[in-house]
Design a protein around this ligand. Sequence first.
Ligand code: B12
Length: 391
Amino acid sequence: MATPSGLVEALRRVAFAAGCTGFGVAGVEPFADVEAELRRRRGDGSNNGLTFTYRHPDIATDVRRTHPWAQRLVVLGHSYLPAAGSPGPGRPGTGRVARFATADHYRPLRLALDAVAGRLRIAGSRGEVLSDDARLVDRAAAVRAGVGWWGKNAMVLAPAVGPWLLLGTVVTDAALAVTAPMERGCGSCSACLPTCPTGALVAPGVLDARRCLAAIAQQPGSIPRQFRAAMGDRVYGCDDCIEACPPGSRLLARSGAETGRLDLVALLDTDDDTLRHDLGHWYLPRADPVMIRRNALVALGNTGGAEAVPTLARYLSHPRPVLRLHAAWPLGVIGSAAARRALTAALTDERHPDVRNEIELALASRQGNGNDSPVAHTSPVILPLPMRRRR
Ligand code: B12
């Protein structure tokens, strides 16, 4: 049987052979400071109602509550660039997806984690994979294991790949030698802080999820009016504060290949089953694509023109009030005669007070978004997105 340090080297080789860019081993002592931070954010609302690790901070920060046999955390980092490509320049009527979600970029990480867990089992030890799971704050484990360091954009940054990596852990009962945390930080660089379009990075390393567009795109209900223009063409996730991060820019420059942009009208005309299938690796609460439709409606308000009006008008009679409400806003922004006719007609039958209010506001607004004339869609694409749910 391999010695504990021999086993660490064997695990490292397995991880790197599976494409990982980061590897480390940490102890399982509770992350008391992170638990306090989760509670603080839940207390002041800056978690924006997100559940995940915020639901049970004691469990998320003490792996021995769920895995009493745990001795070590074997942490892996897997970069999703250049594979994730680049969204390319904005085009009318199209939407953008953050790079971590252009395909199931968690899959290669999961395969690497499974390979490491398998190697541990060969050595006679237990190995259970936790990644993007409510039972562990992945970044805290990664920082303790020396896979990376806290960045001012709240990301864990790592050598050579900067912030462009996903994280996961194998919990084990093997008494492996731990690796040292990295003695690194962002120094005087604060390039990320001013780039957040909504000022969500309220202090270095501290994200207020009430203002973060990635969080707003995932929250249930309606998108607050003050954030709709800032959403721009985003349909899922936001990369602004990580694109601005110099340690990852070299890799970013190499990720030239354009991944498809979402054709927003095509997405809105697609049935739920197809969306569930194509976007199955996104976080879709209760496997309900309503949130994606809502975001696409907002993105159409920001990028669409006359060609979007028939689809938007159809959504004014959608059975879900949240979608009727979000169809009114882009029609108000587009502001053409056809858009106003659709809004006026919808007002006759609409009974929901919030939707009526939104239609009235849309009719009262007189600004167009400058996209009044029909646009020729270049290459309408729905991303080829198969695969599994994220969480
Ligand atoms: C909830 C969640 C979100 C939420 C909220 C994020 C948040 N800040 O909590 C939302 C939806 C906004 C989100 C967005 C994103 N997410 Co997310 N998300 C998670 C999840 C499920 C839990 C995160 C968590 O528990 N946060 C708890 C808080 C307390 O942690 P924190 O914000 O990192 O706080 C620390 C820092 O503030 C630091 N700190 C405090 N003071 C200071 C001061 C200084 C100077 C510094 C440098 C640091 C620092 O200490 C705090 C901990 O005590 C994890 C998966 C998991 N199970 O861990 C993925 C995870 C964090 N997400 C991930 C990704 C990829 C993203 C996005 C990039 C996706 C995108 N492109 O849209 C964005 C990035 C936004 C950002 N800048 O953080 C990756 C991050 C990988 C990495 N390299 O860091 C994770 C780890 C998933 C994974 N398994 O890979 N996410």
